[in-house]
Design a protein around this ligand. Structure first.
Ligand SMILES: [Zn+2]
Ligand SMILES: [Zn+2]
Ligand SMILES: [Zn+2]
Ligand SMILES: [Zn+2]
Length: 355
């Protein structure tokens, strides 16, 4: 009787121990292993500290610490399983087998990319605690735990594998953090690029004529706005300012015309003649600078027999007088569209000297 009583007590203790450890999660036997994983996890955290790029960052970017759980194998063989009271898992997996299973799980869950869901709760893995079963299926840790308690058995909800082993891992969490970091960085880069691009658009004149026109219109519009604002602030009269500007523009235009208007209008020929007579009372007593004969003699030594042309005398807008035939021949042989006066090198317009 005492023997059977003692046996029952041991069985009860073994079963209690089995269920206590199963429900508590991490068995004591993995404490040492856990220390090792803690160290490994610390090292991984240092590698995973996410920092924003330092380009023109106004302050030192804050690092985001990532808390990862160490990989822990649950379901160590309990005393009850060793005693044969409860069925034990068929074969213990070694670390290399576990890493193979993890890789397989990663591939089947598309590397835990965004939107991959736990098959029990149909929610994304995100940053929640996650387990991989020895059959290669992956669930939220809480979900599989609740499922086991509800069904009172260890059968994979997807492939019905019995008595699987469970590994707590952080692959999904890691992928989730990486995705988040990538998203933040891409948003930041996009914002930065947009700023640089807009600055470029503000500074660079476009090559396309329409865009260039719009560019200058925008600039002018901005200038006008600034001017208007300034005028309002100073309470100055806008019309008076524009009058001043008109006057200034007219003065500039006049100065500019003096250089660009190289020939007189029809009415200005009298002025040219006046200037000529002021310099020389008898301009026709001078010699033609091309053929070197006296203009008033009305004959050239170039042998042209056309009497009508020989008699004509040309007045240039620069105030020089030459034979009409001489200057015509000069223009013809100079070979340029707008020949210059042979005496003063100015561009000119030509008229006949009044009889
Ligand atoms: Zn779930
Ligand atoms: Zn399974
Ligand atoms: Zn001549
Ligand atoms: Zn001249």
């Amino acid at each position: 009787m005492t023997d059977s009583k003692g046996k029952v007590s041991v069985w009860a203790a073994a079963l209690q121990d089995h269920y206590f450890h199963r429900d508590a999660g991490v068995p004591k036997s993995v404490a040492k292993q856990r220390e090792k994983w803690d160290r490994e996890n610390k090292r991984r955290q240092q590698l995973l500290n996410v920092r924003l790029p330092k380009i023109n960052a106004p302050k030192k970017a804050a690092s985001i610490p990532i808390m990862l759980e160490p990989d822990v194998v649950l379901d160590k063989v309990s005393l009850a399983q060793k005693m044969g009271i409860l069925e034990s898992p068929p074969k213990r997996l070694n670390p290399s087998e576990w890493s193979e299973i993890k890789e397989r799980a990663k591939k089947s869950h598309a590397m835990y990319s965004n939107g991959v869901e736990c098959a029990i709760c149909c929610e994304p893995f995100a940053a929640q605690s996650q387990v991989v079963l020895s059959c290669g299926h992956s669930f939220h840790r809480n979900c599989i735990h609740a499922y086991e308690r509800h069904t009172r058995s260890k059968r994979c909800p997807l492939c019905r594998t019995h008595n699987y082993e469970t590994l707590v891992t952080s692959d999904a969490k890691l992928a989730y953090y990486n995705d988040a970091a990538t998203t933040i960085q891409s948003v930041w880069r996009m914002w930065r690029c947009r700023r640089v691009y807009l600055q470029y658009r503000r500074d660079q004149v476009p090559k396309h004529p329409l865009l260039r026109k719009q560019f200058h219109l925008d600039k002018l519009h901005k200038l006008n706005q600034t001017l208007d604002l300034q005028m309002r602030r100073d309470k100055r009269d806008m019309d008076a300012l524009f009058k001043e500007m008109d006057l200034s523009i007219k003065m500039n235009q006049d100065a500019f015309d003096k250089f660009t208007k190289w020939y007189p209008e029809e009415d200005d020929w009298d002025d040219v003649l006046d200037q000529l007579y002021k310099r020389n009372a008898n301009p026709l007593d001078e010699s033609c600078s091309i053929c070197l004969s006296i203009l008033s003699e009305n004959r050239c030594q170039d042998g042209v027999k056309n009497a009508r042309q020989q008699r004509k005398i040309a007045l240039l807008s620069c105030g020089h007088v030459l034979h009409d035939l001489c200057i015509s021949s000069f223009e013809k042989y100079s070979g340029v569209a707008k020949p210059v006066c042979p005496i003063c090198r100015c561009q000119y317009r030509r008229s006949l000297f009044p009889a």
